[in-house]
Design a protein around this ligand. Structure first.
Ligand SMILES: [Zn+2]
Ligand SMILES: [Zn+2]
Ligand SMILES: [Zn+2]
Length: 281
């Protein structure tokens, strides 16, 4: 028996039987929907899965025919999807250890350019057993040097960054894992004046975590994608790397809040690791 919930706690679920499989998905749609470097899903039997509360608070976005990406209307967390005979659960939103480890990477051909896969798991360019990849082409014009562009999955919101990404972190804290429904968040920090929304900013929703000093989750109300948060009090913008369309041509600085990391995720790279934050800020 294991259970999970979204960031705000409105949606809760339980899984009575052991999950069958855990997979890291690197496709562009997962990266955008989760705002993360990659998504990790648990696949379980439909019998044994149930929503304990909040099912009416789920928004279902159809990112491609027959592929539904559900999220919480309040906080934007990715939540489980029930297909015909199985359930797909974002592993990052589990509240306890599901006692299974990832078995493969899928859609690695579309992986984030700043990410190297350093473990020994099998890598596939598709989803084994499925014929056609569910991956859209970004169809963007060539990038302008010094400008990074980003969009949500439904493309209602778009932004650009004209200036350097100052700090880039993989964050393993439990809030980030729930907000993204992923193994960890990957966030870039930039000067607030360097980040500009091109469209859709007024429609974005912000969930502020009660009691948190600065943590909030900005997301598209249509597709649930995480989007940049502009924080005037700190004069900075926090950019979920999964929303980027252009290659920042930069690697990540470090892993932070590693002490809170998911029990099923092993860090296999050589980046610096910090148990808590990156230091006094
Ligand atoms: Zn929620
Ligand atoms: Zn995917
Ligand atoms: Zn959207």
């Amino acid at each position: 028996m294991s259970s999970g919930s979204c960031l705000c706690g409105a949606i809760r679920w339980s899984l009575a039987s052991d999950p069958k499989r855990m997979t890291h998905c690197h496709c562009r749609m997962c990266r955008k929907a989760h705002g993360a470097t990659f998504a990790t899903f648990l696949i379980g039997d439909l019998q044994g899965f149930r929503f304990e509360q909040g099912e009416a608070d789920i928004v279902a976005y159809e990112s491609s025919p027959d592929f539904i990406r559900p999220f919480c209307v309040h906080c934007g967390s990715v939540v489980p999807h029930r297909a015909s005979d199985r359930v797909r659960i974002p592993a990052g939103a589990m509240d306890d250890d599901p006692h299974i480890l990832p078995s493969a990477h899928i859609y690695v051909k579309w992986k984030a350019p700043w990410h190297a896969i350093d473990d020994d798991l099998p890598q596939h360019d598709h989803f084994p057993g499925h014929s056609s990849p569910r991956v859209e082409d970004p169809a963007l014009s060539p990038s302008t040097p010094g400008v990074l562009r980003g969009r949500c999955l439904c493309q209602a919101a778009a932004y650009e960054v004209k200036g350097p990404l100052q700090r880039l972190y993989h964050c393993h804290c439990s809030r980030c894992r729930k907000a993204k429904g992923a193994a960890h968040a990957t966030n870039a920090f930039a000067a607030i004046d360097d980040v500009r929304y091109l469209r859709g900013e007024s429609s974005l929703r912000t969930y502020r975590l009660p009691g948190a000093r600065t943590f909030s989750h900005v997301f598209c109300p249509t597709c649930g994608s995480s989007m940049p948060r502009l924080d005037p009090t700190r004069s900075l913008a926090v950019i979920p790397m999964g929303s980027l369309d252009d290659d920042p041509e930069r690697t990540i600085d470090s892993h932070i809040f590693v002490a809170s990391k998911a029990p099923w995720y092993e860090i296999d790279d050589d980046l610096p690791r910090h148990d808590a934050g990156p230091g006094p800020s």
